[in-house]
Ligand binder design. Structure first.
Ligand SMILES: O=C(O)[C@H](CS(=O)(=O)O)OP(=O)(O)O
Ligand SMILES: [Mg+2]
Length: 215
């Protein structure tokens, strides 16, 4: 069974394996950071937690945003474009975000493995989740749905059900969706194409022992 679940509004989650998606932008940022060599990523509940984690953890940096905007004093925002050309080998990323990381903390209260996916590691995620019952957790946004997440969730569901799909159709739909228009208006146009670089990372990503890691 493959279910698409609203991560923002759902209170009780199942015991199924879950895959968190937040295409714009935290699960894309996570995928690119691991592709570029971070040892692991620590999710932070709050801005305050992020600053105190950076103080305590050697070789760490903090990334994140609230309502899309980079937080003063952070090393980076939540922009894939900021980090896609960086060598982050051996560093530890601390990440806080408005939707995706917030939903991740909700999921931690429930049993079941948690994977993290985006276009960046799409096929690796499909390989890792084949033949499992999966809840695809759509991060959405406080003021409603994120159509970019819903489009990717549909693609991932078709792939896991072994249905026919044309990945370029989904990429094009994402490029033309309201979430992309919103990102452009916010001045993050480069993040759109960097988000859509499908399968540039060939590893599945999971949350394990308080860390986000590649398998
Ligand atoms: O950083 C982002 O793009 C979003 C915030 S908003 O939806 O643009 O306001 O955060 P995320 O947690 O990546 O959805
Ligand atoms: Mg989002």
């Amino acid at each position: 069974m493959i279910n698409i679940v609203d991560g923002r509004r759902t209170r009780d989650f199942s015991k199924n394996t879950k895959v968190l998606i937040d295409i714009y932008r935290s699960t894309t940022t996570i995928s690119i950071a691991l592709m570029n060599g971070v040892s692991y990523i620590i999710p932070a509940r709050s801005i305050k937690d992020a600053f105190s984690l950076r103080k305590r953890i050697n070789n760490s940096f903090i990334s994140g945003e609230r309502y899309g905007m980079r937080i003063p004093g952070f090393d980076y925002g939540n922009s894939p474009s900021e980090i896609i050309n960086l060598d982050l080998s051996g560093k530890i990323m601390i990440l806080t975000s408005t939707n995706g990381i917030k939903v991740l903390f909700k999921l931690l209260k429930f049993p079941g493995d948690i994977f993290i996916s985006s276009y960046i590691n799409f096929s690796a995620t499909v390989r890792a989740l084949t033949d499992k019952d999966v809840d695809i957790i759509v991060s959405n946004r406080p003021d409603g749905t994120s159509d970019e997440d819903l489009i990717f969730a549909e693609l991932l569901r078709k792939a896991l059900l072994n249905d026919y799909y044309d990945v370029n159709d989904y990429i094009d739909r994402t490029r033309r969706c309201s979430g992309s228009r919103r990102l452009k208006l916010m001045g993050f146009e480069d993040d759109i194409e960097n988000t859509l670089k499908i399968d540039i990372y060939n590893k599945a990503i999971v949350y394990r022992d308080n860390k986000i890691i590649s398998l």
